[in-house]
Design a protein around this ligand. Sequence first.
Ligand SMILES: Nc1ncnc2c1ncn2[C@@H]1O[C@H](COP(=O)(O)OP(=O)(O)OP(=O)(O)O)[C@@H](O)[C@H]1O
Ligand SMILES: [Mg+2]
Length: 505
Amino acid sequence: MTSDTVLALDGLTKRFGTVLANDAVDLELRRGEVLALLGENGAGKTTLMNMLFGHYMPDAGRVRVAGEDGVLRPLPLGHPQAALAAGIGMVHQHFTLAENLNALDNIVLGSERLRALRRGRAAARRKVDGIMQRSGLVAPLDVPVGRLSVGERQRVEILKALYRDARILVLDEPTAVLTPQEADALFENIGAMTRDGLSVIFISHKLREVLAFSQRIAVLRHGRKVGEIATSDADERAIARMMVGADTPAVAREPLEPGETVLELAGASLRGRSQRDSLADLSLVVRAHEIVGVAGVSGNGQGALAEVVYGLRRPDRGQILIDGAPIARPDPLAMIRAGVGRIPEDRHRDGIVGAMSVAENMVIERLDAPEVASRGLLQKGYIRAHAEELARAHDVRGPGVEAPARLLSGGNIQKLILARVFEQGPRLILANQPTRGLDMGAAAEVARRLLDARARGAGVLLISEDLDEVLGLADRILVIHDGELHEAGSRDRAAIGLMMAGEAA
Ligand SMILES: Nc1ncnc2c1ncn2[C@@H]1O[C@H](COP(=O)(O)OP(=O)(O)OP(=O)(O)O)[C@@H](O)[C@H]1O
Ligand SMILES: [Mg+2]
């Protein structure tokens, strides 16, 4: 073991019922390095980090952390406070900030609360200012976090860890919600911090950034560590094969003649709290057998557009028509009944009810169907059998259909939602960032399912920040900027990129 090792995981094992989430995993982290932790959805990445951070108690194994003197010592397990005290900081896959508090309060809140109160807010602010200066991670401190963009929230989460003097920083899919530009900026800041001695483990499904920004790569498969490689010796194909054990087949889009109009937005306007929350006189048509892609940098009205099509918000002006019929009073139920299937952007908040079982979540949009509930009673037998069949068909993996849905890994939650949507044979599918956070195999599966729906005659409105995804799947491409939609004149990456930045229309 080299003397610059700051962290060693030895044989960590974790079982959840019948699921062996981590199987005797060894991992070492060196001072000042960026280690990428890769693996398919459900491979056990988050579980491993949760044991390191004391959230989960391992069934076997130990964690050792280097002290000030560089000597590795065992960390008491199952105690987040001990992990914090040892200089381990974790930024979770899902935001954990209190939305009504401002960024500064969020940063000092928690373990350091009492000390921070004693020192007073002025001292806390000075410390945060210092961290922002050194790291280059800057966020507005006095604005309620609920009003910050996802990129800003992400920075607040990291500042929170650094405020607790983290020397080892774990980032669980930090860029899943960031634009490519924000992600690049984040990694530049991380690079600066590692030169000051910070060591970083980051989990990502984006091989481009893994190759660009890590020094080493470790791969988990089915809970076991299956490989470790210096990034300079790695390429995308080799990593993909390590992760899946095989090559991922490419997805091809057959040309199809579009059919009748399925969705029409006619001059829809919506005035929200801000520009990023508004739509300006927006018109749009999606036809059967057609995928219409909406490209754009996040925060340009995508959320407002999606909410209008979901029926969550009514336009101030203009109309929404499904199959040529205007929806008089759009609300979520009216849209579902009209044949709209929704794949929401925030799958944890809007896609599932975490406390309900996987099986119940699979029927949650048709609780009025007689086979699902009759005389006010849930038909448990049907719900279970139905869920088992759907889970098999869509490869939803995890602790079983009776378990609460919140226990599924990120990718498997998305598979659950897709299964539920596709089963209904929707006329229109609104897919909002459908492959965010998914591994390559799962992302290819989503693409295949969307193309199947298109072949069957559905229209698909695909909203995505991932330009490659839009280019790969969409028959027509629109660009959203400042709440306005424009046809992309071509499929040229650079030209569309300029439109996304608002520099051409
Ligand atoms: N608290 C829990 N109870 C039961 N099963 C769990 C629990 N937490 C995780 N699991 C299961 O353990 C396995 C590993 O999950 P984990 O969240 O670590 O995967 P992951 O590699 O982080 O996946 P993703 O890329 O989708 O985030 C999955 O099968 C998951 O369903
Ligand atoms: Mg995870």
